[in-house]
Design a protein around this ligand. Structure first.
Ligand SMILES: *Cc1c(COP(=O)(O)O)cnc(C)c1O
Length: 429
């Protein structure tokens, strides 16, 4: 597969963009090789600047759950763009968006729109601290909550991909207020909470982890955290930037039957435009300005184009919830097909999957937390990544990322993916 134009663009990009990219994982540094520059996408397919076509398993890291350039979304954006692209004053669209979200997800009385998942998580933690009058937070090793200072301690996603142990620029003061424990380790949480009695404002978690590959919460783990939060007066924050509107119309809260106090959203919520949101119980959310003194604001928050793209996507998901069943069936089909060829090959592997999130680790032991995810054979994943890419299948360029299915994928696409995996395994047995 020729990528001469992509290679040229990458050289040119590096002249004026750090590393040639605007978000690190796109640079392919961990998998090696050079990034592919995309020209356009439609449905389940990406097309690069050299005219190559790829089956897309990233879906823009989640948002394109209905497929790329989904007609109703594009039509709505075009219509609203004619009215002007931003006002900095309230609009009816924002009310409709808030009403729609509150009607879909459990436990959200009030919701504030922002422009990214990072902003949502950062603001939710500030609110939790302001509400609780305490400073420390607990997060889980390998969970990623965006790039705000407080979260860059043992973070997943790009921070794990690039093996960055501590991030220069994050002060000791900030890091000291972030306590970390292994994912799925309830005892470790109990111990931390006991060590820091009455100091912990919030526990923030990815209810299904997607930033160290896909990792499921063990039975009882989230329930145990809920209990600790209730007993110790700690705000329980679900970071549903990845799982929100993907696991189900009501997100992981609904799918797993656990209530959080605050929830953050991003990715799917914007239908491909920059949107995030945080919301939750009224008695906590009332502390946000202008109702309360916890300050939070945004010039482009609730931007009309972002709102209509998000609204159109969420409305379709709400009205047509069979999409989730279809997506899950496709993901299970892919999982089982991959298992069949992997079993025949004999090399140890782990596939974790829930709903339309799935990942493959070349690991001999179950992958349940960051430590076990790190022990997987990354070199094998990297070889797989390039083999798939050169055969028209675009996986996330890191073993530490979940794959996201979109509903435009056909069973033919899935068969094609399994068959390329089979060829890869024959060549690498
Ligand atoms: C992507 C992600 C974020 C950050 O969202 P951005 O929009 O990239 O700032 C936060 N939390 C989780 C769980 C994510 O997957």
């Amino acid at each position: 597969m020729k990528r001469t134009k992509s290679d040229k663009f990458f050289k040119r990009a590096q002249q004026h963009i750090p590393g040639g990219v605007n978000s690190p994982v796109r640079a392919f540094k961990s998998v090696g090789g050079e990034p592919v520059f995309i020209k356009k996408a439609k449905g389940a397919y990406l097309y690069d600047v050299d005219g190559n076509k790829y089956i897309d398993y990233i879906a823009s890291w989640g948002p394109m759950i209905l497929g790329h350039a989904h007609k109703p979304v594009i039509k709505a954006i075009k219509k609203y763009a004619e009215y002007s692209t931003s006002y900095g004053a309230p609009t009816k669209l924002e009310i409709e968006m808030a009403e729609l979200i509150c009607s879909m997800v459990p436990n959200v009385d009030l919701i504030r729109m922002v422009s990214s998942g990072t902003e949502a998580c950062m603001s939710a933690v500030r609110l939790a601290r302001g509400y609780a009058g305490k400073n420390k937070i607990i997060k889980f090793e390998g969970n990623y909550h965006g790039h705000a200072d407080a979260f860059l301690v043992k973070a997943g996603s790009g921070v794990a991909t690039f093996n960055i142990q501590s991030v220069p620029g994050v002060t000791g003061g900030v890091s000291n207020d972030t306590l970390t424990v292994p994912y799925n380790d309830l005892e470790a949480v109990k111990q931390k909470v006991a060590e820091h009695k009455n100091e912990i404002a919030a526990i923030i978690i990815e209810p299904v982890a997607g930033n160290m590959g896909c990792i499921l919460p063990k039975p009882g783990f989230l329930e145990g955290l809920r209990k600790i939060c209730d007993e110790e007066n700690i705000v329980f924050i679900f970071d549903e930037v990845m799982t929100g509107f993907r696991m189900s119309a009501g997100g992981a809260q609904q799918m797993l039957g656990i209530n959080a106090d605050l929830v953050t959203y991003g990715k799917v919520i914007g239908g491909g435009l920059p949107v995030g949101a945080f919301g939750g119980k009224r008695k906590i959310m009332e502390h946000i300005a202008p109702l309360g003194n916890v300050y939070q604001a945004g010039t482009l928050s609730g931007n009309p184009l972002a709102m209509i793209a998000g609204y159109t996507t969420l409305k379709e998901l709400k009205d047509n919830q069979s999409i989730y069943k279809e997506l899950e069936e496709k993901t299970i089909y892919l999982r089982d097909g991959m298992k069949k060829v992997l079993d025949a090959n004999g090399r140890p592997y782990v596939i974790n999957q829930l709903g339309s999130m799935i990942s493959l680790h070349y690991s001999e032991q179950p992958v349940v937390d960051f430590a076990s995810a790190s022990k997987a054979d990354i070199q094998m994943f990297n070889k797989l990544f390039h083999y798939m890419l050169n055969n028209g299948i675009y996986l996330p360029p890191s073993a530490y990322e979940s794959w996201f299915l979109n509903n435009a994928l056909t069973y033919e696409d899935l068969d094609n993916t399994i068959s390329v995996l089979k060829d890869f395994l024959i060549e690498h047995s």
